[in-house]
Write a protein that binds this ligand. Structure first.
Ligand code: NAD
Length: 337
């Protein structure tokens, strides 16, 4: 019997998680919610996802628009083993009581606080912490990106200290809100929250971060400096990353010099929606001086957390004991690697 999964909030992250879940052999989507009868509601139905109204008062709007819903979120909660909350940041906290009352396991996204679930998740770094848990939070796109490259470095060489500058995208491509069109805005509260967020999965890591928001919608870009516990060569670092899951080593020499070209690569690889779920690291942008490592990486904010949600379901539902085995199953099913 497949595990039954619900998605509350079929937006940027929700629709991608629904797609990925439906490609796994051990889980399936039992339903997704929308607040109104938009094009996304119709595409959910077309994708084979039973549609539910997020709130009872939304049902009328769906009926008037001729979009058939199977019921409300309350009805969906009766049909699922786990609900993945993909509502806008802060909304998940308001929904938790509802999920707990229905006796349903719940997964939240990076827009919620760590304290909401008490477990923040990354499949590579701390899969076992979510084993059998009743709730967990998949960390944000930026935190996921930082952990994907830092955790393998910590395992292989040990880390003294990390400093990262995050060049953040101003909005997602389809957003109508977001950063100014022609301005760069630094985060004035320093260090930024990204360092503490990494520590929710890599406990005790000494990491400080700064961030600026820029007028781009494609990807985030990170400039990272790591003091390792031993001297290493660039080759040793690249060897470690080439064996690590969900990383895409790219090269300026091959013509990939910017985030636009990474997005083009994703399209050329026939990735669904043109998503690049791996973190892209520039091979020729890696430099070591003694035990200090410098590198750049790019994060596709709309999709890197998607496979993490699948693995989080597997850990919470005790479907696969080994994290690397879960990662492999997830990635194979969605065409990564
Ligand atoms: P989004 O705005 O694209 O989608 C949210 C969806 O939830 C929309 O379909 C909206 O109609 C629906 N919704 C709004 N209020 C609701 C409610 N009360 N009940 C049910 N549904 C409701 O947002 P998103 O970008 O997918 O973000 C969702 C979560 O994922 C946030 O916590 C965010 O911080 C996190 N996240 C976003 C990104 C990103 O770059 N987009 C990356 C990683 C994590």
């Amino acid at each position: 019997m497949k595990v039954k999964v619900g998605i509350n909030g079929y937006g940027t992250i929700g629709k991608r998680v629904a797609w990925a879940v439906n490609r796994q052999e051990d889980m399936e989507i039992a339903g997704v919610t929308k607040t109104r009868p938009s094009y996304e509601a119709s595409t959910a139905i077309r994708e084979g996802c039973p549609l539910y109204a997020a709130h009872a008062e939304d049902v009328d709007n769906f009926e008037k628009a001729g979009t058939k819903v199977q019921g409300t979120l309350d009805d969906l909660l009766k049909k699922v083993d786990v609900i993945v909350d993909c509502t806008p940041g802060g909304t998940g906290a308001k929904n938790k009581e509802l999920y707990d009352k229905a006796g349903v396991r719940s997964i939240y996204q990076g827009g919620e606080e760590h304290t909401l679930a008490g477990i923040s998740f990354n499949a590579l770094a701390n899969y076992q912490e979510a084993w059998g848990a009743s709730s967990a939070r998949v960390v944000s796109c930026n935190t996921t990106g930082l952990v994907r490259t830092l955790f393998p470095l910590q395992q292989a060489f040990g880390i003294q200290k990390v400093f990262a500058s995050l060049i953040r995208r101003g909005a997602d491509p389809a957003d109508k809100k977001g950063a100014a069109l022609n301005a760069i805005e630094p985060s004035l509260k320093l260090p930024t929250h990204h360092g503490p967020d990494v520590r929710t999965v890599m406990h005790g890591l000494d990491i400080q971060t700064m961030a600026v928001v820029t007028p781009t919608t494609l990807m985030h870009l990170h400039c990272i400096v790591v003091d390792l516990k031993k001297e290493v060569s660039e080759k040793e670092v690249l060897d470690v990353w080439s064996r690590s899951p969900r990383l895409q080593l790219v090269s300026g020499k091959d013509g990939i010099k910017n985030t636009g070209q990474i997005m083009e690569l994703a399209k050329d690889l026939h990735r669904v929606r043109g998503d690049m779920m791996e973190i892209a690291v520039w091979k020729d942008g890696v430099k070591t001086i003694g035990s200090t490592l410098y590198y750049y990486q790019a994060v596709h904010q709309e999709s890197d957390v998607v496979p993490e949600n699948v693995d989080c379901i597997r850990a919470m539902m005790k479907l696969e004991r080994d994290n690397l085995a879960s990662i492999e199953r997830t990635d194979k099913a969605i065409g990564l690697r």
